[in-house]
Ligand binder design. Sequence first.
Ligand code: S3P
Length: 431
Amino acid sequence: MTRTNRIHIRPVDTLRGQVAVPGDKSVSHRALLFTALAEGSSRIRNLAPGADVQSTASVLQALGVSILQEDGAVVVQGTGRTGFTSSRGSLDCGNSGTTMRLMMGMLAGTGFESVLIGDESLSSRPMARIADPLRQMGLEVELTPEGTAPIRLRGMRPRAIHWTSRVASAQVKSAILLAGLAAPGCTSVTEPTRSRDHTERLLRQMGVPLEVTGNKVALHGPARLSAIPELLVPGDLSSAAFWLVAGLLRGEDLRVLNVGLNPTRTGVLDALEAMGATLEIKRHAESVEPMGDIVVRRQPVFGTTLAGDLVVRAIDEIPILAVLATQAQGRTTIRDASELRVKECDRITAMVSMLQAMGAHISELEDGMIIDGPTPLQGASVYPMHDHRIAMSGAIAAMCVDDGTSTTIHDADVARVSYPNFYADLDRLSA
Ligand code: S3P
């Protein structure tokens, strides 16, 4: 491997050892945002080190929130929403959809106008799914004619609404609930399938009662949040997924430590089990977010169908599951995954073209893909389309190439969005 923004990856025989993946990105964004909304000081341990969570921290700092490193933890001095000060410049959300969408809800009730911007990838992602409910709550929100950022938002005092979302999206749900915290009365969100519930867990922990009935979540505003003396962020299961797949294909007792095991996120584990994998999971004592260690070793895997609710619970892991499917015996069909087309890139097209270039039998469906395996992979040039998960999926596929050829990952550094040490960990585990 060479360390430039282009990385060459050679096939690996065996991966062994243990790895602590970075803190969970979804939980880290919420930890920063919600503790900023509280009054008083909160300490967060194992905050995700990637560029996305840094975008959330920078946006909050631009609004006057103090966020400091202290003895390996991050300390947030919450100001409460009314303590935010208007930023002179635009609020730059970088590549992070969670920053932009949750911030839209956070800005309700501030009284001032803000402009949210993002990089090229984020500026092409759909924002009307958040703007529509926020407008109904009385906010003024302007998007481009394509329904994308830059977003101009005036944070007037919101009114409570009952919203039914067409997509199962934790970002939509969270933005509405965050605005609802400032709205007098009951605000609720109903989804077609329940999305990840990190927002609900953390708000409860911070003293906000929520009612959950089926796929509906409701809260009563205005509500105040209590600071948290000590909050531990679990390791990111979405980052762990790369090692779980690598371990099934090339592992010798590969151990992934302190991984978040929130049941609304563990679709990837169910998918791996459906493909015949036996994972050894050692659960730790339960806290706000369940966590544990996972041990995985090389074993045969089989094709399956991934669809419905399971896909919602594994949406960010579908790219790496597609890599595994190329090495599974039989056909894997992935359906109900059209949300993949509006992630950091169109992940269906990106995975299909990358794996086809590596020799896989994979074809595109409007809402998923069909993969026939096992197929020996060959080295190729991988262009991750500004998407961290495509780059890392490409690296794991490259590691499993059969004919000894190496793969070049272009723009490899995009992995820093969620996992800055990814290539270093790959190097170490394959040594
Ligand atoms: C996230 C929710 C999901 C997920 C994203 C993180 C979150 O997106 O894909 O990586 O932290 O709320 P959607 O809300 O668009 O489904």
